[in-house]
Design a protein around this ligand. Structure first.
Ligand SMILES: *Cc1c(COP(=O)(O)O)cnc(C)c1O
Ligand SMILES: [Zn+2]
Length: 413
């Protein structure tokens, strides 16, 4: 029923069976899912996809599952919003927002990857799922895992935003707060994954998990009327999402769903954790690890596993990358809210602020269509805006008090 041929090493090309494994035994390169595109091309058409429910599973032939989807049956297919107000403000002709602030059930794009990972974990017959998370993945594994009946071990840096911790705990996983940054959490999790037979969504089943990110790319193409935009701006933590958005477009081209493909892919990072942007701007293939220091905690991976591959996609497509300060992130969050009524988390601020810089520098041209990927909801990182928003107008419960304020508002003071 599935169309997966097997796993394949990205470096040396060695092939492996479909198992919960993620590195090549010979060269230690990462493994990736390979498909039989000939059979997929026969199995799906635009029309067939359009008739299916509006979830990420409408592209199931291009996802690494053997049977029916089992987790995240309402995830994906988020709005592609035409952002005319914002476009005018930042000086660009046609701008769209891929709005993953509203993915079911935990309001970030991680619900996509986890839907695929946990379906695969069921196919592999795991009873326990786990992850190393910068916050959003913790929410998604906790929530999807609760409904699917898994035991859950969630590892996070202890320094995460308080509201992000509560939003994991509510699903009652085993939440392990580690004294250390994400890269240290990840290292610990690799050791744990070697010892226990658990499905670590971003370690031993990472090849399957990562495929879920392609669904953003598939949806963008379908929602643009089966056309690929000229530019797509993607936020980077490990760099996986960026590589998979590109893989999605290439796959649609390969199976004939997309007639033309000439899209440039752009990376967005915080200056306080921008190893991929730094490498792209310096024109080098070497990703130098950094110690993260940014309010964009969901993107704070100092040693990005897919950083090299992300930089290659950016180079191959003629894109570029930018990085932005904490203040630019906050300003962009507010700009997006004020112009389009969308409240993004810090990662969204990174994406928009980077896009603005890329437009100013002429890397993204004013003409043509641009899509920016807004990947998480602002209600999750309200701390970031503390002290950076307007204050409410404080009044007594009387009409006179209200009209006093109304007078001030009308005079504009
Ligand atoms: C995880 C995450 C990303 C990007 O993740 P990659 O590791 O680069 O695939 C982007 N935005 C948000 C909000 C995230 O949580
Ligand atoms: Zn290899």
């Amino acid at each position: 029923m599935g169309h997966v041929k097997g796993l394949k090493c990205r470096e040396c090309g060695r092939e492996y069976p479909v198992d919960p494994i993620y590195v090549c035994e010979f060269c230690f390169g990462p493994l990736e899912v390979g498909y039989d595109y000939k059979s997929i091309a026969k199995a799906i058409t635009r029309k067939k996809i359009e008739q299916r429910p509006q979830t990420l599973w409408r592209y199931r032939e291009l996802l690494p599952i053997d049977g029916d989807p089992l987790v995240g049956l309402a995830s994906g297919f988020t709005p592609l919003v035409k952002a005319d107000n914002l476009a005018r403000e930042i000086g660009i002709d046609e701008l769209f927002i891929k709005d993953d602030t509203v993915v079911h059930p935990t309001l970030s794009f991680k619900d996509r990857v986890v839907a695929v990972a946990l379906t695969k974990a069921k196919e592999f017959d795991f009873d326990t799922v786990a992850c190393a998370s910068t916050g959003n993945l913790a929410h998604s594994v906790s929530a999807h895992g609760a409904r699917a009946g898994f035991k859950r071990f969630i590892f996070i840096p202890a320094s995460l935003e308080a509201s992000k911790i509560v939003a994991s705990l509510v699903y009652e996983p085993n939440l392990i707060a580690v004294d250390g940054n994400y890269d240290e959490v990840n290292r610990l999790c690799s050791e744990v994954a070697n010892k226990y037979r658990w499905a670590f969504v971003n370690i031993n089943i990472r090849p399957f998990y990562a495929e879920g990110s392609k669904t953003i790319g598939f949806e963008i193409v379908e929602q643009m009327g089966w056309k690929a935009p000229d530019h797509i701006v993607v936020p980077c933590a490990s760099g996986s999402l960026l590589t998979k958005v590109w893989k999605a477009l290439k796959e649609f081209k390969q199976i004939g769903i997309l007639k033309e493909l000439d899209t440039k892919i752009f990376g967005a990072q915080a200056t306080g954790c921008g190893p991929i942007a730094t490498a792209v701007k310096a024109g080098t293939d070497v990703i130098r690890p950094v110690k993260p220091n940014t309010i964009a905690k969901s993107l704070a991976i100092g040693n990005p596993a897919d950083g090299f591959y992300a930089s290659q996609v950016i180079k191959e497509t003629g894109g570029y990358a930018e990085d932005v300060s904490d203040q630019e992130i906050i300003d962009a969050i507010k700009l997006l809210a004020r112009t389009e009524g969308i409240f993004a988390e810090t990662a969204g601020g990174v994406t928009l602020a980077s896009a603005i810089k890329l437009i100013k520098a002429g890397r993204i041209t004013r003409e043509g269509t641009t899509v920016i990927c807004i990947t998480g909801n602002g209600l999750k990182t309200q701390e970031a805006l503390q002290g950076h928003t307007m204050m409410p107008h404080h009044i007594k419960p009387s009409l006179a008090s209200f009209e006093g304020v109304l007078g001030k508002i009308s005079r504009g003071d």
